[in-house]
Design a protein around this ligand. Structure first.
Ligand code: FAD
Length: 402
């Protein structure tokens, strides 16, 4: 049971980290105002995998079951290289134990809607159309020169490009095109499936369930693309790109048929940044404003949810804010460092021009990954459980996803 928090808290950013922090802090008794630059805050992008640790946080504030209802269980991550068609990625969540919880593919819109509704139900205030450019002395500074009221604490949940955080490193060479498409038969409805040509080309498809109020089951499709090649991709006929995808993965034909123009695909870039600690002079960071990376391990949103829970637990268990923020950093630091390092290591194995990394993946990592204890370790790694993050926060262990 959390102590009653009598703090006034400003949260900059209405994404996963901001909304989860707002709900948890409101439930603990704090007064919370969220500020976001969008007039009507909304999610951008396609689908993500919620890992068992992230679902445990959603359970902590009562929306886990609603999320499971909308999402699609993901029991396996499976990838083949071309043209040999060798299986080079095969991670099964149940390798960690027959009852081990699996991941959940979700539409970003479905996750956002549940988090947004939960924040409103908890009576968090939301101010939209507010572009944050700075913070000082407990206040947020906006692009029009105005300032917020003074708060006891300012939380930075502005994501990877937060102006309140240190800028991330230059974008990684490879990003990806993403689209949410109607589910089609012929794909494994409980797996993230991928196809690679060396590490230079990668396509993927995974189930993401449905949006609230809709019955249409969807999947997220992605195609690896260098940001330096984005302009050329856009200038070329869409059919030329489709031919390239078909050549890598002929089975995607019914997915490609749903993509009519370049605008049906959203391009996402990725960048790495890990601040040494989540505290800056005028705010505390949660989510991507503290640590951002490529989504190869599918952990970013889960990390953001864990940050929100840890920060709330720390503030509710200490009467001194500075001590609480130190406790928050301690709860999260090792888990974050471990996963940031793992993402940094794995990224070039799946997205780079390096033939060496691809060969390493296909000839050394793939066989090793089938040898004890690698299947168990990999299952725990993708589930977000290495480093026992829930235990560090003092939260209950997770339930099964499906
Ligand atoms: C293509 C892609 C695939 C991914 N796949 C996965 C996955 O499978 N699993 C997973 O766990 N994670 C995944 N991630 C990572 C995950 O999306 C992020 O880690 C997560 O969204 C971070 O949440 P956040 O709240 O910190 O930031 P965001 O969700 O980015 O929210 C930031 C909020 O701040 C607002 N904002 C930004 N700047 C300003 C400003 N100056 N003023 C006011 N408001 C502002 C934005 O409008 C937004 O509402 C993926 C990311 C990408 C790009």
């Amino acid at each position: 049971m959390l102590a009653d928090l009598s703090l006034d808290i400003a949260i900059a950013g209405c994404g996963v980290a901001g909304l989860a922090s707002a709900t948890l802090l409101r439930q603990a008794g704090a007064r919370v105002v969220i500020y976001d630059r969008l007039e009507a805050p909304k999610p951008i992008g396609s689908g993500i995998i919620l890992q068992p640790v992230g679902l445990a946080v959603l359970d902590a504030f009562g929306v886990g079951d609603a999320m499971r209802e909308l999402g699609a269980p993901i029991k396996r991550l499976h990838g083949k290289n071309t043209p040999r068609q060798n299986v080079v990625l095969d991670v099964r969540y149940d390798a960690a134990g027959e009852d081990a919880p699996c991941g959940l593919g979700v539409h970003r819109g479905a996750l956002f809607q549940l988090l947004y509704d939960a924040a409103l139900a908890a009576r968090a205030e939301i101010e939209s159309g507010r572009e944050v450019v700075g913070a000082r002395d407990g206040r947020l500074v906006f692009a029009d020169g105005a300032e917020s009221a003074r708060f006891d604490l300012v939380i930075d949940a502005l994501g990877a490009r937060s102006p309140l955080s240190r800028p991330p490193q230059a974008p990684l060479p490879f990003g990806a095109l993403w689209a949410s498409l109607d589910w089609v038969d012929g794909f494994d409805d409980a797996a993230l499936e991928q196809r690679y040509f060396a590490a230079r080309k990668m396509a993927g498809f995974m189930p993401i369930g449905r949006l609230k109020g809709e019955m249409r089951q969807q999947g997220a499709f992605f195609w690896s693309l260098k940001h330096t090649e984005r302009a050329a991709w856009r200038a070329a006929p869409l059919e030329a790109w489709k031919d390239e995808v078909r050549a890598l993965w002929p089975q995607t034909e019914p997915l490609l048929a749903q993509i009519a123009t370049h605008d049906d695909l959203v391009f996402a870039t990725y960048a790495h940044r890990t601040l040494r600690e989540p505290l800056s002079r005028h705010c505390v960071h949660v989510g991507d404003s503290w640590h951002c990376t490529s989504p190869q391990l599918g952990q970013g949103a889960n990390m953001a949810l864990l940050d929100a829970l840890a920060l709330t637990q720390a503030l509710a268990s200490q009467s001194n804010i500075d001590v609480a923020l130190g406790e928050y950093a301690r709860m999260r630091l090792w888990h974050i460092r471990l996963y940031q390092a793992a993402s940094w290591m794995f990224t070039p194995v799946y997205q780079s021009d390096s033939a060496t990394f691809a060969a390493l993946r296909d000839w050394i990592m793939a066989p090793l990954s089938r040898t004890w204890p690698a299947p168990q370790v990999l299952a725990a790694l993708v589930a977000g459980q290495i480093g026992a993050p829930l235990h560090a926060i003092g939260a209950r262990s997770q339930r099964r996803s499906a």
